[in-house]
Design a binder for this molecule. Structure first.
Ligand SMILES: C[S@@+](CC[C@H](N)C(=O)[O-])C[C@H]1O[C@@H](n2cnc3c(N)ncnc32)[C@H](O)[C@@H]1O
Length: 458
């Protein structure tokens, strides 16, 4: 791996820097404008004739961090590419790196340098110089990031530099999240700004980001920037079993028995260490062998385990006919992605479920919420319905930690909980003989898994 000094003084970088600066300067001069651009990793803000000066010393820590990130990454996405200086340095730091730049390239305020002139010139130069390693999206940050996420041209994204606007960094992270590699770096530019700092703190609190471990890296923080690690594996590792101690935990299930099948082992393990409450949202439908015994079975089970529980009266479990018009999930094993055929808001039950969920979260103020997962574990449409409801309720009630059951999402990293299987087996007695989950579900005594969902507060 080349050192920072090797990269920054290499002939290749210096001659490309000279050519890029010349292109930028010519574009502005041709338009009858002074040679002034935005601050960037190489030059200070609005430094007239920057192309004739030397590299800014204030920005050296940021350049060093950028080189270190680039050398450990494969796909770099930058919001606010401006004159392309950060991209150029990153591409020189790692010949295997590819980069996507996003910029509005519109002079949104009169005080801004003429990004409408020099950004197109700089990005055209980069496209010609790195035809297979660079692409450009002329868009506002969030739309551009969504576009990249919907068709990631260079594979999973493992390096991001947010350096455009300062107000929407959490939304920007949400927009690119689906395209992230399991783990990557996020460099927050303009770290002096209060909104940028607050959004970084919120990302860490929601488990979306964590401090970079002090490995063999240059300082990853300075008044001008901060680097954090992001991605699904960061989120997955943010919850450990010991984190349940002393916490308020709310388990939200669709049906009686879900508490046992998906979380019976965990409940037994944490009942004495945490304050745990189970809420069940659907009453049993008529005509089941256990229609009249299920609620009492759940209540006995919770009493034995030592957790409290509530059965809500508003919704009744129903055959799928109605929900099939809303939720498409072809694979009964739950592996197929779920899509919505029409907005859930128009389903008659949704407003009641959502209000109940929000009120429940406000009443219990849980530190940790656990519920069904995006694929309904094995494709169960009411599980998917409640999952979506709980996600929306959690966002509205400012919940930061929401875990979903692991069944059906084995490919996602999560917290694995082993437990006393004989004890869990015994708990099935409460539902027998009318219902025997041990016979019906082969995963019933496997280790239980819980996956933390990304929640992006706005
Ligand atoms: C400080 S400069 C970026 C410097 C560059 N990252 C570097 O270090 O070489 C800010 C850039 O962000 C762009 N920008 C500002 N707000 C934006 C937004 N909402 N969406 C996309 N780009 C934006 C501006 O057009 C400008 O080019």
């Amino acid at each position: 791996m080349q050192s920072y000094d090797d990269v920054i003084t290499s002939k290749g970088f210096l001659s490309d820097l000279k050519a890029l600066n010349k292109t930028i300067a010519q574009s502005l001069t041709k338009a009858g404008l002074p040679v002034i651009i935005n601050g960037n990793v190489c030059y200070s803000d609005k430094d007239e004739d920057f192309n004739k000066g030397t590299l800014s010393s204030l920005m050296e820590p940021k350049r060093k961090a950028l080189v270190a990130m680039a050398q450990r990454s494969r796909c770099f996405v930058e919001v606010g590419i401006a004159g392309g200086h950060a991209v150029l340095l990153a591409l020189h730091a790692n010949p295997d790196l590819k980069a996507i730049g996003i910029d509005l390239a519109v002079q949104a305020k009169p005080s801004w340098p003429r990004v409408d002139i020099f950004v197109p010139a700089a990005t055209e130069w980069l496209l010609k110089r790195f035809p297979d390693r660079f692409s450009f999206v002329k868009q506002d940050a969030i739309d551009g990031l969504r576009e990249v996420a919907s068709a990631p041209a260079f594979g999973p994204v493992d390096m991001i530099h947010l350096d455009g606007g300062k107000l929407n960094r959490m939304d920007e992270l949400a927009a690119i999240w689906p395209a992230l590699a399991e783990r990557g770096y996020l460099m927050q530019g303009d770290y002096k700004n209060g909104n940028v700092r607050a959004s970084t703190r919120a990302m860490i609190q929601c488990g979306l980001a964590r401090e970079v471990p002090e490995e063999d890296l240059p300082p990853m923080r300075h008044r001008t920037f901060k680097v954090v690690e992001i991605g699904p594996s960061v989120l997955a590792q943010s919850v450990r079993l010991q984190d349940f101690r002393g916490k308020r935990v709310l388990l939200c299930t669709a049906h009686q028995d879900d508490e046992l099948l998906f979380a019976g082992g965990l409940l037994s393990k944490i009942a004495r260490k945490a304050q745990v409450h189970v809420t069940c949202f659907f009453r049993p439908m008529k005509g089941r062998a256990d229609s009249d015994t299920r609620i009492a079975a759940m209540q006995r089970l919770c009493a034995e385990v030592g957790v409290s529980c509530t059965q809500y009266p508003f919704a009744v479990e129903a055959p799928y006919r109605r929900l099939r018009r809303y939720i498409a999930q072809d694979d009964t094993d739950g592996a197929a992605p779920v899509s919505l055929l029409r907005p859930l808001e128009s389903h008659g039950l949704y407003p009641t479920l959502l209000e109940t969920a929000i009120s429940t979260l406000r009443l219990y103020e849980p530190d940790i919420v656990i519920t069904h997962n995006p694929v309904g574990e094995y494709g169960h449409l009411e599980h998917i319905f409640l999952h979506r409801t709980m996600m929306e309720a959690a966002r509205r009630a400012n919940i930061t930690t929401l875990l979903t059951f692991g069944a059906g999402q084995e490919h996602r990293a999560g917290l694995s909980v082993t437990y006393d299987t004989r004890r869990k087996k015994r708990l099935f007695k409460h539902y027998r003989p009318q219902w025997d989950g041990l016979k019906m579900y082969d995963f019933a005594l496997d280790p239980e898994r819980f996956v933390r969902e990304p929640l992006f507060p706005t």
